[in-house]
Design a protein around this ligand. Structure first.
Ligand code: PBG
Ligand code: ZN
Length: 329
């Protein structure tokens, strides 16, 4: 029996050749660390649903950022959890709000790239991402509040605002507001293809932002976040295209691991920087598995690699710090 001359195992003979041949490597400079800052805390608190992640005070956030800087992580995505909320989320754009203060304090001493999540779900009493009336989430009324929130983040010094409410035309609206106020340099990283995912569970516990069906008549986010039963060629690409036309600088797919097909399709179609958000449920699933010795911790690098291989240029992951600190990448 004659075998072909080519033997692919030559590429795998030892670690040195495997490293030379490999073309997808996770660098720390690919990673963005999400951070939570919570109003009214005396000390930082571990988030029960997201082991190893913290609700920070303004002081402990400073240490967190210093650590990111030391480790060489280039960016953070800041979430604020306010003490008070109301039906219209009007505290989302207060100059003295918790995110705005956090951004100012970070920018005071650090050059880390600051991305801020722009949404209303932490600020509305009912936990929806916009204004609700008679069981409906009102798109254009919500844009006004989102625009003000984005502007307040820009004024505090955010480098990029990251609208995540999945309202139609939120990118254009926010771009216009920023430009009108002289913030042409502030970018938009849009949560473009954001799915109504069950993988957000631990985050909603962390941010106390689960939608309240009883008071609103809207039990979930299915009327604004995307349906996961739609393939990559249709609506998800349409969402990304629209955001680009409206002025998004970076587009995002979220979640990441269960949506690699979407990331891949988008990376072929659009030649723009693309982020993937590996969400709280992905984090907790992997964390638990490693901690319980179900998987080797190498599964973390493998997972990030798969997201990059699919086509993401940057990855928002709760593992960012840990990967670098513990030499896992
Ligand atoms: C708010 C928001 C969510 C996440 C980021 N921004 C949750 C949601 O849509 O309910 C999820 C992040 C995660 O699960 O890690 N719009
Ligand atoms: Zn939201």
């Amino acid at each position: 029996m004659r075998y072909p001359e080519k033997r692919l195992r030559r590429y795998r003979k030892d670690e040195k050749i495997r490293e030379l041949v490999s073309n997808v490597k996770i660098n720390k400079t690919d990673l963005i660390q999400p951070v939570f800052v919570k109003e009214g805390l005396d000390e930082k608190e571990e988030i029960p649903s997201m082991e190893g992640q913290y609700h920070h005070t303004l002081e402990s956030l400073e240490e967190e950022i210093e650590e990111c800087d030391r480790l060489g992580i280039p960016g953070v995505l800041v979430f604020g959890i306010p003490e008070k909320n109301d039906e219209k989320g009007s505290l989302a754009h207060e100059e003295e709000g918790i995110v705005q203060r956090a951004v100012r304090s970070i920018k005071d001493f650090s050059e880390i790239e600051v991305f801020t999540d722009v949404c209303l779900c932490h600020y509305t009493s009912h936990g929806h991402c916009g204004i609700v009336k008679e069981g409906e989430l009102l798109n254009d009324e919500s844009l006004e509040v989102l625009g003000k929130a984005a502007l307040s983040h820009a004024e505090a010094g955010a480098d990029f605002v990251a609208p995540s409410a999945m309202m139609d035309h939120q990118v254009k609206y926010i771009r216009d507001v920023l430009d009108e106020h002289g913030h042409e340099d502030v970018g938009i990283m849009s949560y473009s293809a954001k799915f109504a995912s069950n993988y957000y569970g631990p985050f909603r516990d962390a941010a106390e932002s689960s939608p309240d069906g009883a008071s609103t008549g809207l039990r979930n986010r299915d009327t604004y976040q995307m349906d996961y039963r739609i393939g990559g060629e249709g609506q998800p690409m349409e969402e990304i295209k629209m955001d680009l036309q409206e002025g998004a600088d970076i587009v995002m797919v979220k979640p990441a691991l269960p949506y690699l097909d979407i990331i891949n399709e988008a990376s072929h179609r659009f030649d723009v920087p693309m982020a993937a958000y590996s969400v709280s449920g992905e984090y907790q699933m992997l964390k638990n598995s490693v901690e319980n010795d179900i998987f080797s911790e190498k599964v973390l690098e493998e997972s990030l690699c798969s997201i990059k291989r699919a086509g993401a240029d940057m990855i928002i992951t709760y593992f960012a710090k840990e990967m670098v600190k513990d030499g896992k990448i």
